[in-house]
Design a protein around this ligand. Structure first.
Ligand code: BV8
Ligand code: ZN
Length: 238
């Protein structure tokens, strides 16, 4: 049984990807039943795609909302919320996931660097903050407009767009002594580079997942297995 030791002086930075939500029934991206199978990223998840065919993009994320509404947090999400409850401000969670299963499990100190399914914002970037929106639109005509007249777009970071909360994330990585990366293939940057930043700071780096990620060589510990099976009971808080 693997153990991840957490010492009294440790500051823990956790990065999660689609793999942590796989056992909650949400598809990952690159698996044989993944989201990108049979779809081209550039047709869905780019600003150009939104400009070219906003209905196609909205229907894709409406489907994701429908899946998200049915999903429940699994023991991996709960294990992280329990760890946070134990070590408080020494814990920080950065997720690439747009689902809100971490929050449903009780996580508080969390940022969604690639956006959230349950938010929408003005496509004209008029400066108004994102709004809560979990509506499953059936057509573009149903999508509401911003008071400035712009149509709402999913509050999702598309490829070619700048991830959210990067300053906060960089500050948290700079003071992390332990980085735990769970369920991400290491294909997409800047997230895939976070472990290199942590290593440069002499932090311990742990990967948790059923297969080694692309950047496996940068980790000091590898915990092989499905997150929902290996995370419960893995944290030894000294
Ligand atoms: C940016 C929201 C500038 C949408 C997402 C050439 C080289 C390097 C980089 C680039 C390049 N050309 C372009 C880039 C940049 C580009 C990029 O990285 N492209 C890649 C494809 C090469 N990145 C960007 O455009 C980013 N923006 O760079 O801006 C910048 C840079 C620095 C600082 C400021 C500005 C924006 C990218 C964000 C795109 N939006 N998501 C949506 O969700 O629909 S990315 C999306 O895919 C996810 O959020 C995630 O980030 C990514 C990959 O997904 P994973 O989560 O890793 O899932 P995957 O399926 O791949 O893997 C699942 C893993 O889980 C597997 O390893 C599997 O083993 C494991 N697993 C399975 N079951 C379990 C499990 N693990 C545990 N338990 C289980 N049960
Ligand atoms: Zn607007």
């Amino acid at each position: 049984m693997s153990i991840i030791s957490i010492f009294p002086t440790d500051r823990v930075f956790v990065l999660t990807g689609a793999g942590i939500s796989a056992e909650s029934g949400l598809p990952t991206f690159r698996a044989e039943d993944g989201l990108w199978v049979g779809r081209k990223v550039e047709d869905i998840c780019t600003p150009e795609a939104l400009a070219r065919d906003p209905e196609k993009v909205w229907l894709f994320y409406a489907d994701r909302r429908a899946d998200g509404l049915k999903a429940q947090p699994n023991p991996a999400h709960k294990a992280l919320a329990e760890l946070e409850a134990k070590i408080g401000d020494r814990f920080f969670l950065c997720t690439q996931n747009i689902d809100t299963l971490h929050e449903a499990a009780g996580s508080k100190r969390i940022v969604h660097m690639h956006g959230r399914l349950d938010r929408a914002r003005c496509e004209r970037e008029c400066g108004r903050p994102p709004v809560e929106d979990m509506t499953i639109y059936k057509s573009l005509s149903e999508v509401p407009r911003c008071p400035c007249g712009g149509r709402l777009r999913p509050h999702i970071v598309f490829f070619g767009e700048i991830p959210l909360e990067m300053e906060r994330i960089e500050a948290e990585i700079a003071r992390a002594t332990l980085m735990i990366v769970i369920g991400t293939s290491g294909n997409v940057y800047p997230a895939a580079g976070f472990v290199n930043w942590a290593r440069a700071n002499k932090a311990r780096t742990v990967y948790v997942g059923p297969e080694p990620p692309l950047n496996a060589n940068v980790f000091t510990q590898y915990v092989e297995g499905k997150a929902g099976q290996v995370l419960p009971g893995i944290f030894e808080v000294r």
